[in-house]
Ligand binder design. Structure first.
Ligand code: ADP
Ligand code: MG
Length: 277
């Protein structure tokens, strides 16, 4: 096969935050196992470019597993296996010819518990992902990149005067926004967020929600949330995951968020979004 096209960051120019090729993420018939225990069964979902897709459903139905499969974190677990395909703009994310760092660079992830490098400065935290994913940026472009990433994450104004302060010294909500800035610094095409606000106060949650709406114009966003109001506020698409007793997780219903909440087609969806679960 032909070698993969060089990534735009390899061109020597600093990453620009101009919208540049929004990408659709497509999961096709994804099944997942831990050892012989199947946790997802043929889950298919299109996460449209430039939109926020919310994944909802009770604990244990495979939402986090699905998210990790989207950016190849699943394969880091020794007992884990999967079937199916993940396509980013039609390109196979699991193509053996594609480097893992490429997938990580294109598809960023933010977790429930903020995990900045506590002993690194705020600035170093933002830049940390560049090295990990092999993105080269000239030192003269770094200041701008730090400012842009922090601005996109809704944190710039709070930290602009203390970029040298330690990441670990920030509040929980600020740490989570720092993690978002770190993800954005490599200019991903997709940002996966696994319950990003579950551990945060309402004010930080609101700031992150506002940030998300802005971000979705240039980055495809997939968010797992247990907060139905949040799903309704931030997402345009929604997928309801469910695992029957002893069975793997499936998507019961998906579609545009307004319809899912306003006119659910499956009674299990209606019960869940109505809070009767
Ligand atoms: P959710 O995010 O919807 O709560 P998860 O994807 O975390 O669901 O978990 C789905 C199922 O997979 C659960 O039964 C969970 O116990 C199991 N599981 C998750 N991670 C692992 C792992 N690393 N090893 C074994 N089983 C796991
Ligand atoms: Mg989870």
């Amino acid at each position: 096969p032909a070698p993969p096209a060089p990534h735009r960051h390899d061109l020597g120019r600093p990453p620009s935050f101009e919208p540049q090729g929004l990408a659709e993420l497509q999961a096709q018939s994804i099944s997942a196992w831990f050892a012989r225990h199947q946790v997802l069964d043929r889950v298919s979902l299109t996460m449209p470019a430039g939109q926020v897709t919310a994944l909802i459903g009770p604990s244990g139905c495979g939402k986090s597993t699905f998210l990790r499969i989207l950016n190849r974190m699943h394969e880091l677990v020794p007992s884990a296996s999967m079937a199916g395909e993940v396509l980013l703009d039609g390109q196979d994310v699991y193509d053996p010819a594609r480097k893992l760092t490429q997938a990580r660079r294109d598809i960023g992830m933010v977790f429930q518990k903020p995990n900045p490098f506590p002993a690194m400065s705020i600035r170093e935290n933002v830049l940390a992902g560049l090295k990990l994913t092999g993105v080269r940026v000239s030192s003269s472009a770094k200041d701008q990149l730090v400012e842009e990433s922090l601005t996109k994450a809704g944190l710039w104004r709070e930290v602009r005067d203390r970029l040298g302060a330690l990441g670990g010294g920030l509040s929980g909500g600020q740490q989570q926004r720092l993690c978002i800035a770190r993800s954005l610094a490599v200019r991903p095409r997709v940002l996966l967020m696994d319950e990003p606000c579950s551990a945060l106060d309402p004010t930080s949650t609101r700031v992150i929600e506002e940030t998300m709406t802005e971000l979705a114009r240039e980055v495809t966003i997939v968010i797992v949330t247990h907060n139905m109001q949040q799903a309704a506020r931030v997402s345009q698409q929604c997928a309801f995951f469910l695992a029957a007793e002893g069975a793997p997780g499936v998507i019961v219903e998906h579609g545009d968020t307004g319809s899912m909440f306003g006119d659910p087609q499956d009674e299990r969806t209606a019960a869940y979004v109505g809070g009767h679960f």
